[in-house]
Design a protein around this ligand. Structure first.
Ligand code: ADP
Length: 498
């Protein structure tokens, strides 16, 4: 067993313990007897120091030319590339996802680095004619200030990169408060930012409990913006607090993503998509497929195919090359999945396969749950409406394309969606009528690329999109600039027209 990593906060370019010296542990979810790391249990005073450091650094960082800021992020991308395997191994150990997926997590960070850094030479504004002669008008993007980045455990490298990289290129300084369960991954990531030579205070790391360090950041009067990814419940608190304290806020919360399979679909292709979408990352992606909406003409055949494929999936530790499905992140989440199985049974759904905690043999010390298919689910059941965040997929039968779209849309959430059909008219109708931030045609609900906007409608978000050029709208504000070179007072038309 490897010696636990001793993580610290990173504030003003220095690695520090929490003032109170208290620490917590993160454990391997595939083997809870293994402590992966210890990390500081930061409190309000640690957050105060981090915010002061970020505030001070902001004064000069905002004036560093954007292409020069971006060069640091290019360097982060290069160093990430060199450390990809080492980081992926750590992700597997601390978060549990299979190594191939863990490499993808780091790759997303690398892609984000190169994409965001490219923006350093764009950050385009507009020029536009003035209504007066000898007057010039333009818009420029301005940084916002100190950004608190509060992140979940399911993409412990990718999500902090998605937030920190565009924020820094735009001229903000940041404080990362990572999820408790993936403190070691966050520490290693920040070490890479440190190696890239970012000036002290530009990026800071504060470990700790959400209700303590996270809450202190959200409430802090000197934090200007909060970018949050996590549960709807915490997101509601973050949104309300930011509203009350007049902070900018970007929220990325739950999903109840559905894949539709029509009777004309390529069923093998739809099956690959369903298995990957539902059980990839043990169903612990915001974009995971948790509903399969199946046309009645193919329902039985497709269900049999899905059953067979699911029965072959192997549970195990992420760094075991035979593993298809890793553990659930922690005991609380495991119990949550288990609770939803009780609810499903009470509501009359049929457990086709799985449905139980798995603890046999090498799984005994981990948080494993069998990949599960729930049949005979109706749209009003809680398992069809609430996010489970585990390897559980609900089958819903429909009689028409219109009904399929209506059921897909019958959700409080609207992150990702997918339709398998060979009919071009249906594909375009789906693109138009599905209420979601992301729609895939003949692809699974998971697999976002960093240069496209990421986010959802309805209760999934608050109208922002991460990634793509849309991330710039989160991390900058527009300034309109007028330059009058006439040498005399020119009044705008509103003050001038009779
Ligand atoms: P999950 O329960 O799925 O882990 P959370 O929304 O609780 O999702 O956690 C996402 C992130 O939000 C984590 O970094 C967590 O520490 C943080 N967090 C939890 N509660 C709060 C809170 N009250 N204020 C600020 N951050 C919080």
């Amino acid at each position: 067993m490897t010696t636990p990593l001793s993580c610290r906060n990173y504030i003003n370019g220095q690695w520090l313990n929490a003032v109170g010296e208290a620490t917590l542990e993160s454990r391997n979810p595939a083997d809870k007897t293994e402590i992966v790391a210890t990390y500081p249990r930061s409190q309000v005073n640690d957050v105060d120091t981090a915010v002061a450091s970020a505030r001070k650094a902001y004064r000069s960082w905002r004036t560093v030319p954007a292409p020069a800021r971006a060069e640091y992020i290019f360097r982060v991308g290069e160093i990430l590339l060199q450390h990809k395997e080492e980081l992926a191994q750590l992700i597997s150990r601390e978060m549990g996802k299979p190594l191939t997926e863990a490499r993808g997590d780091v790759q997303e960070g690398i892609d984000c680095a190169f994409y965001s850094a490219g923006e350093g030479r764009r950050l385009f504004g507009q020029t536009t004619p003035s209504e007066m002669s000898n007057k010039f008008a333009m818009t420029v993007r301005m940084p916002i200030g100190v950004c608190a980045l509060i992140t979940p455990w399911n993409f412990p490298v990718a999500i902090p990169c998605w937030k920190a990289m565009p924020a820094l290129v735009c001229g903000n300084t940041v404080i990362l408060k990572p999820a408790e369960d993936t403190s070691a991954c966050a520490t290693k990531l920040i070490e890479i930012f440190q190696q890239a030579g970012l000036p002290p205070g530009v990026i800071n790391l504060v470990h700790g409990v959400g209700e303590e360090a996270g809450k202190a950041l959200v409430e802090h009067p000197n934090v200007d913006l909060v970018s949050f990814t996590g549960s709807s419940e915490t997101g509601a608190f973050v949104g309300a607090t930011c509203g009350r304290t007049h902070k900018r806020v970007c929220l990325e919360m739950g999903g109840k993503n559905a894949q539709i399979v029509m009777e004309d679909a390529d069923l093998e292709l739809a099956l690959d998509g369903a298995v990957w979408g539902a059980f990839g990352t043990t169903g612990q992606r915001c974009t995971a497929t948790s509903r399969l909406i199946l046309h009645r003409d193919i329902k039985e055949k497709f269900t049999t195919m899905l059953y067979e494929r699911t029965s072959k999936l192997r549970l195990g530790a992420g760094n075991d090359t035979d593993t298809d499905i890793g553990p659930i992140i922690n005991e609380k989440q495991l119990q949550q999945v288990s609770k939803y199985l009780d609810i499903a049974r009470e509501e009359g759904a049929k457990v086709l396969i799985g449905g139980e905690i798995a603890s046999e043999g090498s799984l005994k010390n981990g948080y494993f749950f069998q990949p599960t298919i729930l049949d005979r689910v109706t749209p009003d059941m809680r398992v069809a409406r609430e996010e489970i965040f585990g390897p559980v997929v609900a089958l819903i039968e429909v009689s028409s394309f219109e009904e399929a779209i209506a059921i897909l849309n019958d959700s409080n959430y609207g992150l990702s969606s997918s339709v398998y059909t060979r009919d071009i008219n249906r594909a375009f109708t789906a693109m138009r009528d599905i209420e979601a931030g992301i729609t895939y045609i003949n692809g699974p609900t998971i697999g976002a690329e960093v240069h496209l906007p990421f986010g959802g409608v309805k209760q999934t978000g608050n109208g922002h999109r991460e990634a793509g050029t849309t991330a710039l709208d989160v991390f900058t504000e527009w300034k309109s600039v007028y330059v009058d070179f006439s040498g005399s007072l020119q009044r705008a038309q509103i003050d001038n027209r009779s």
